[in-house]
Ligand binder design. Structure first.
Ligand SMILES: NC(=O)c1ccc[n+]([C@@H]2O[C@H](COP(=O)([O-])OP(=O)(O)OC[C@H]3O[C@@H](n4cnc5c(N)ncnc54)[C@H](OP(=O)(O)O)[C@@H]3O)[C@@H](O)[C@H]2O)c1
Length: 254
């Protein structure tokens, strides 16, 4: 299936490792032009060099902290100028989980919510100048079923799903589609579930068994869903939350 992504301009935040990096790799493989960022200039330079070897699109990036509005909006505008526009935007950065303090609530609000809102407000006018576009937000199954403990991560990620749905109604007439992807637990070396495997083996094994498919997901499996939803192959899909979890959650999704 041709995803029609050749020469499309794609901006992905938090894309030097983990899920964001696999999304960048896959867009590059499909021939897209890709812009990446993280807080570390060394990691960005290394990732740009490695991703450049994957496809024949233009791969660029620079360091940027999503928490800093000015820095972040400049990153979006600089990348868009260098690529010649924005067709696809993936706000992927999260402050992650954590319980017990207001700090978690502020950080999830600043990074997960405002990091997405500021990004959307910067890219929508750029997409309008082009031929529309596609935005895919990265939520989590922790937003749609109870998970571990009451925490800001779960609640803020839930807010993103509602925000994406409302945006899809507001911007459909401009040819802009907005969807969410909610991954379940995803294992990769150095990732959160690698750390849990070492620190709490019993919880890790219980989590594996909870999956209908009997294992945790891979970041590549999440990237496949994100890239599909970003591409014109999914042209009639907007406002959905696609759960990518190997049967980890148990609700019936009507
Ligand atoms: N892993 C899972 O099991 C899982 C499950 C469900 C949903 N998710 C969601 O998937 C997304 C990616 O998760 P992940 O596990 O792949 O994350 P990760 O491995 O921690 O990678 C995060 C990336 O974002 C960058 N980053 C972090 N904070 C940043 C900031 N303030 N500004 C700019 N860049 C920043 C990191 O690089 P630097 O540290 O160098 O900045 C890195 O490139 C998140 O939205 C997460 O909530 C993950």
């Amino acid at each position: 299936m041709d995803l029609n992504l050749r020469k499309k301009n794609v901006l992905i935040t938090g894309s030097t490792q983990g899920i964001g990096r696999r999304i960048a790799n896959l867009f590059a493989k499909e021939g897209a032009n890709v812009a990446i960022c993280s807080r570390s200039p060394e990691s960005v330079n290394k990732a740009v060099s490695e991703i450049s070897l994957i496809g024949d699109g233009k791969i660029i990036g620079s360091s940027c902290d999503i928490k800093n509005k000015e820095d972040y909006v400049s990153w979006i505008n600089d990348m868009a100028n260098e690529l010649g526009g924005v067709d696809i935007f993936i706000p992927n950065v999260s402050a992650g989980g954590g319980t017990g303090s207001e700090k978690n609530w502020w950080e999830n609000f600043e990074i997960d919510i405002l990091g997405t809102v500021r990004g959307v407000e910067a890219v929508v006018p750029l997409m309008e100048q082009g031929q529309g576009g596609s935005i895919v937000m990265i939520s989590t199954t922790a937003a749609i079923e109870t998970f571990v403990a009451p925490q800001s991560y779960n609640a803020m990620k839930a807010a993103l799903i509602t925000y994406a749905k409302q945006l899809s109604q507001a911007h459909g007439d401009k040819g802009i589609r907005i969807n969410s992807v909610s991954p379940g637990p995803i294992y990769f070396d150095g990732g959160a579930w690698d750390k849990i495997k070492t620190s709490n083996e019993i919880f890790y094994e219980q989590t594996e068994k909870t999956h209908a498919l009997g294992r945790l997901g891979t970041p590549e499996e999440v990237a496949n869903a994100v890239v599909f939803l970003s591409s014109s192959v999914s042209s009639w899909i907007t406002g959905v939350n696609l759960v990518v979890d190997g049967g980890y959650t148990k609700r019936v999704q009507f």
